[in-house]
Design a protein. Structure first.
Length: 322
């Protein structure tokens, strides 16, 4: 029989790519998503779809009865600004929703491995020197990062006390096809849409702030690796945590220039006031993922941006530029 995986948030940007990857490797895939930000049409053909909230009794019942081999847990409130505006709602989804799933795994007694999607830059904060290894002190700046860190502590607890296998993937700035161009974190998608509309690119602050942009296909590969590779022993919080990025800093201005090359157009770049609380530099060291998960990013920034721009252009029936 095929191995089984539950992908929470599997109708969303990253989750749908992960569901695709497991299906391609012969797994039986169930997607759980309440469609608050995900889209039903992004659930891949061949996956079972359950429309439900991750914090609900129905979601817990699904996990308890399903006895999945693996749960890739991506369902979350992902907007940093929303977490600042309503930290209670953020914690309800990102902390209590995670506990709801883990309690269901515990009650099921199944040897389920949980792969949790966390964050890198938002977890290490403004005091980290990039590229940051997993041992970097955690200093989240916003409730979103605090909630992700809290969820990591709960996962470590369930591992140490209840013997549940849990692995944490701390992402850089994920980009690629299906990214929401209206979301706060989707600068690549936003730039693609503005280029297709012939509009200027708005850059906040100086544009010299850096991020670690990792392609969504590489993130999907990391989830498959985390689901199948042997894990180190449980121990400290970061024992089973892995950065998933490229280890390279790219400034927003460099990103804008590369996307303009992909589009074959030049458009003005407009500077806007810096956004409060935004960290200046971020990149993630990925040596541990290479060594333990046998994973490394396989897509260059130029390749990934070109593929992303082609996706957005094709969605509008437009040529994809140079």
């Amino acid at each position: 029989m095929a191995r089984t995986v539950l992908v929470t948030g599997g109708a969303g940007f990253i989750g749908s790519h992960i569901a695709d990857r497991f299906l391609a490797h012969g797994w039986a895939v169930t997607v759980l998503d309440n469609l608050s930000s995900g889209r039903a049409e992004q659930v891949p053909a061949g996956a079972r779809f359950v429309r439900e909230d991750v914090g609900s009794p129905a979601a817990a019942a699904l996990v308890e009865a399903g006895r999945f081999d693996v749960i890739c847990h991506l369902a979350a409130q992902i907007d940093v600004r929303n977490s600042v505006a309503d930290p209670v709602a953020d914690a309800t989804i990102n902390i209590l929703g995670t506990i709801n799933l883990m309690e269901a795994v515990r009650r099921s007694g199944a040897p389920t491995r949980v792969v949790f999607s966390s964050t890198g830059g938002a977890l290490y904060g403004a005091f980290a020197e990039p590229p940051s290894p997993e041992e970097t002190p955690t200093n989240p700046e916003a409730p979103y990062g605090i909630a992700k860190l809290s969820a990591e502590h709960y996962l470590a607890y369930y591992g140490r006390v209840h013997g549940i296998e849990a692995v944490v993937l701390r992402y850089g700035n994920v980009y690629g096809p299906r990214q929401d161009p209206h979301g706060e974190a989707g600068v690549v998608a936003i730039f693609c849409s503005r280029l297709l509309d012939g509009q200027p690119l708005t850059v906040f602050g100086t544009g010299r702030q850096t991020r670690d942009y990792v392609y969504v296909g590489d993130v999907a590969s990391a989830n498959l690796a985390a689901a199948t590779r042997p894990l180190p022993p449980t121990g400290t919080l970061g024992a089973r945590a892995f950065n998933i990025g490229t280890g390279r800093e790219t400034s927003v201005l460099e990103l804008a220039a590369e996307l303009q090359r992909c589009a074959g157009v030049e458009t003005p770049v407009q500077l806007a006031p810096a956004r409060p609380g935004e960290i200046e530099r971020s990149a993630l060291a990925v040596d541990k993922a290479r060594a333990v998960l046998d994973w490394s990013p396989g897509t260059t920034l130029a390749e990934g941006l070109a593929a992303t721009y082609r996706h957005f252009a094709a969605a509008r029936g437009r040529p994809a530029g140079s």
